[in-house]
Design a protein around this ligand. Structure first.
Ligand SMILES: NC(=O)C1=CN([C@@H]2O[C@H](COP(=O)(O)OP(=O)(O)OC[C@H]3O[C@@H](n4cnc5c(N)ncnc54)[C@H](O)[C@@H]3O)[C@@H](O)[C@H]2O)C=CC1
Ligand SMILES: Nc1nc(O)c(N)c(N[C@@H]2O[C@H](COP(=O)(O)O)[C@@H](O)[C@H]2O)n1
Length: 219
């Protein structure tokens, strides 16, 4: 499986404010680049923190891109994947609508009643890990289901979890013209943070987009 992380951050490295509400950091050209990345993916993944904060659809905006996928014999939209250790995804979350297949990655601590509720809402539930989703095992299961190209859109906890397990191949970061600040605002990589063996990606490309810049890092 090839894992591509994409996120937009402020000049000071924040994904959002301390209120954890969605903030438009990208401009139109960058949102279009993200739409193309989604169209090139078999699945788009986020953590449940992003579901609770933003209620994203994770579908493709451009109808021509959706048509090109169906012409290739692919589903109109990539599948959606939510990492949600204890099932905090609300049953009326937009990712559970019928526009795409949705996988919910949960831990073995996820209450069985909630698992059943999510399956009734149309999600395909994969469980691995004691208290927290075991990302290595669940991503391998997704690969077994035909997901070769996985795009991850955040947030900071999930991105750190993937970096910690050395699961990231490419990282695209849009840095937009905003300063958000705040010690409690989410950053690109949250979690516990590294204290040694810091991942050291290589800078593959730099592009000026809208009023900011896209950095492409490879691991
Ligand atoms: N600017 C941008 O590009 C983006 C911004 N955001 C922002 O990020 C914030 C949400 O980010 P976070 O609160 O960090 O939540 P998150 O979206 O990273 O979700 C974290 C959750 O993922 C689940 N998870 C399961 N297994 C895990 C594992 N092994 N490692 C890590 N997480 C695991 C846990 O239930 C955990 O609580 C929101 O404010 C949202 O608006 C989110 C996506 C993109
Ligand atoms: N690429 C990007 N730029 C920004 O400025 C953002 N605020 C985000 N946020 C993430 O985009 C997703 C929205 O999904 P839908 O369009 O509703 O499908 C979601 O993952 C946000 O957190 N991204």
């Amino acid at each position: 499986m090839h894992v591509v992380v994409n996120a937009a951050m402020s000049v000071d490295g924040k994904l959002s404010s301390r209120r954890r509400e969605q903030i438009a950091i990208s401009g139109p050209e960058d949102f279009d680049r993200v739409d193309q990345l989604r169209a090139d993916s078999d699945a788009v993944m986020v953590g449940v923190g992003t579901i609770l904060a933003d209620d994203p659809s994770l579908t493709i905006d451009d109808p021509d891109r959706r048509a090109a996928r169906t012409d290739r014999g692919e589903p109109e939209n990539p599948a959606r994947v939510v990492a949600d250790s204890r099932i905090r995804t609300p049953p009326d979350a937009t990712v559970l609508d019928d526009r795409a297949q949705t996988y919910l990655l949960v831990s073995e601590a996820a209450p069985p009643d909630f698992v059943e509720e999510m399956e009734d809402a149309g999600a395909y539930v994969i469980a691995a890990g004691q208290d927290r989703v075991d990302l290595t095992t669940t991503l391998a299961k997704l690969e077994g289901d035909g997901i070769d190209q996985l795009m991850v859109e955040g947030g900071g906890e999930l991105i750190f979890g993937l970096l910690e397990e050395a699961l990231v191949d490419d990282l695209f970061v849009y840095i937009g013209p905003k300063v958000i600040g705040g010690r409690d605002a989410p950053t690109l990589a949250d979690g516990d943070g590294f204290i040694e063996d810091f991942p050291e990606p290589e800078l593959a490309d730099v592009d000026r987009v809208d009023d900011g810049v896209v950095l492409h890092w490879t691991f």
